[in-house]
Design a protein around this ligand. Structure first.
Ligand code: SAH
Length: 370
């Protein structure tokens, strides 16, 4: 049993079964034993690989996208550039390097990295040590100075805890995690149905609600509506809200039950882009997309960037660049965790932008062309 599992057992013994979102929150962010708090999970040796770790082109293009947004905001003298959940800091380092072609933008930005993990903060500090612009770290958006704002979030929303409700005879009951007699955790449902949920669905259906993601999105969209700016959200998920439990846990690239090894495996949920978009619109911002990651990256110049890099590359590096393009934009099914076929990253991942009403439609969001 993991240290965190012992701790969760004790909490359940004293307080009773806990909602799934609290369990997921403890797994990822427990201050001592949480998955992200205790390690750097990225890269081939870790549990997963993210787009900025696949190729420098990803962060470079996102950086140039942000510089373009800034100019379409009429180049405010100061703009907050915020990254949510920046992992190893690779995306931001690549973005800032690429933006050396736009020195006025670099002169205007104040960077804030919103990160809860001390281990990853350390990695980010190393990655940005020589970046040449002021960088601060924050635990949440509320610490970011108010003003014109550009937010980047790659694979952030999928790491936020979700609530699960099951359709029972009497309505919708929240999924609760309890202690089993054999030392394992078990999922049950609350005996009090949730009166706020009125949707109809066959018995046994599961409704997944990303309440914390909604709160983040509402706050981002409110700030953008008030002060001007944009947010770019890239994540894996679905474009339409639908029923079902999308939570998955990965341990060294292999799927396991999220209840199996708390604190030792990555736990994520698909992002419901439709509901995030509704949260943004309800707070007064405009929504573009979602489009597939392939479509977004192609529209903002991935192939041009790849060609430019290849002109300076040796043959082996050229092959790597082509492979990276293929990985970032491939839409054909490929072997995912545990050998299960999943759509290529280019189709599984989506990009969505949130803008204030005075910013023109951002680049990359023409209807899916790939
Ligand atoms: N964007 C990075 C990392 C994605 S993994 C990349 O693409 O490589 C998720 C990141 O979000 C990690 O850095 C994790 O520590 C951070 N994170 C998770 N929950 C968070 C929260 N509630 N607040 C801030 N950061 C969080």
């Amino acid at each position: 049993m993991t240290r965190l599992a012992e701790e969760i057992r004790t909490i359940i013994d004293t307080e009773g079964p806990m909602p799934f979102d609290r369990f997921m929150e403890l797994c990822l962010a427990h201050p001592k034993y949480g998955y992200y708090i205790t390690r750097d999970p990225f890269g081939a040796d870790g549990d997963f690989v993210t787009a900025p770790e696949i190729s420098q082109m990803f962060g470079e293009l996102v950086g140039l996208w942000a510089a373009h947004i800034w100019s379409s905001m009429d180049c405010p003298e100061v703009v907050q550039l915020v990254e949510l959940g920046p992992g190893r800091g690779t995306l931001m380092a690549d973005a800032l390097r690429a933006c050396r072609v736009a020195p006025e933008f670099l002169a205007a930005i104040e960077v804030t990295m919103v990160e809860t993990s001390p281990v990853l903060r350390q990695r980010q500090q190393e990655a940005l040590a020589d970046c040449g612009v002021p960088v601060s770290w924050a635990l949440g958006l509320s610490e970011v100075p108010r003003g014109p704002l550009i937010v980047i979030a790659n694979e952030f929303f999928d790491a936020l805890p979700v609530r699960h409700f099951a359709r029972v005879q009497e309505g919708w009951s929240e999924k609760l995690i309890g202690n089993g007699p054999d030392g394992r955790f078990y999922a049950g449902v609350s005996s009090n149905p949730e009166p706020l949920i009125q949707a109809d669905a066959p018995l046994g259906s599961v409704l997944e609600i990303g309440a914390i993601g909604h709160q983040y999105m509402s706050e981002i969209a409110r700030n953008i509506a008030d002060f001007g700016g944009a947010a770019l959200v890239i994540d894996y998920g679905h474009t339409q809200t639908s029923l079902g439990d999308t939570v998955q846990a990965l341990w060294r690239h292999q799927p396991i039950s999220p209840l199996e090894a708390p604190g030792e495996c990555d736990v994520t949920a698909h992002v419901d882009f439709a509901s995030l978009g509704r949260a943004a619109e309800a707070s007064g911002a405009l929504v573009s997309g979602p489009v597939t990651q392939a479509s977004f990256l192609m529209q903002i110049g991935l192939l041009h960037r790849a060609d430019a890099l290849k002109r300076r590359a040796d043959p082996a590096q050229s092959i790597d660049i082509d492979r990276a393009v293929e990985r970032l934009t491939g839409t054909e099914p490929e072997a995912g965790a545990g050998g299960k076929a999943v759509p290529g990253m280019g189709a599984l991942f989506k990009a969505m932008a949130i803008t204030s009403t005075n910013v023109p439609k951002p680049p990359g969001f023409e209807p899916d062309a790939y």
